[in-house]
Design a protein around this ligand. Structure first.
Ligand code: AMP
Ligand code: ZN
Length: 114
């Protein structure tokens, strides 16, 4: 999707600090981190949100969490803990309509985030 910022990052057409990439997902630094560790894990495939998931995407969503687990270890927050967030739609404040999993940690995370 040409007008999607995350598709542009995936295509190498927009800058990002990339921590991980494979044939299914990319993980990069959130541009406005809310905690010392704030990573977005994003499917390569443009899926607008959880609402736009199809049944064939079920393993992909599992893979997002599998990558999250490994990044949490690499970034030293596996033991201290972290929050995993997927915002869906208006009431969740979804701002980028390309599905992504936030991994937030490195400090105590307040809930709700606001
Ligand atoms: P959400 O509310 O879940 O849609 O959150 C979108 C997230 O994407 C926010 O935390 C933004 O800071 C982040 N974001 C938006 N544009 C970029 C970008 N170009 N690079 C990295 N993160 C971004
Ligand atoms: Zn996209």
């Amino acid at each position: 999707m040409a007008d999607c910022v995350f598709c542009r990052i995936i295509a190498g057409q927009a800058p990002a600090t990339v921590y991980y990439r494979d044939d299914q997902v990319i993980a990069f630094q959130d541009i406005r981190p809310v905690a010392p560790v704030h990573i977005l894990i994003v499917p390569i495939k443009h899926i607008e949100s959880i609402n736009a998931m199809s049944e064939e995407d079920k393993p992909l969503i599992g893979h997002l969490f599998w990558v999250a687990r490994q990044l949490a270890v690499q970034h030293g927050i596996a033991e201290s803990g972290y929050r995993s967030i997927i915002n869906t739609g208006r009431d969740a404040g979804q701002a980028v309509f390309h599905l992504h999993l936030h991994i937030i940690g490195g400090q105590r995370v307040r809930y709700p985030m606001g």
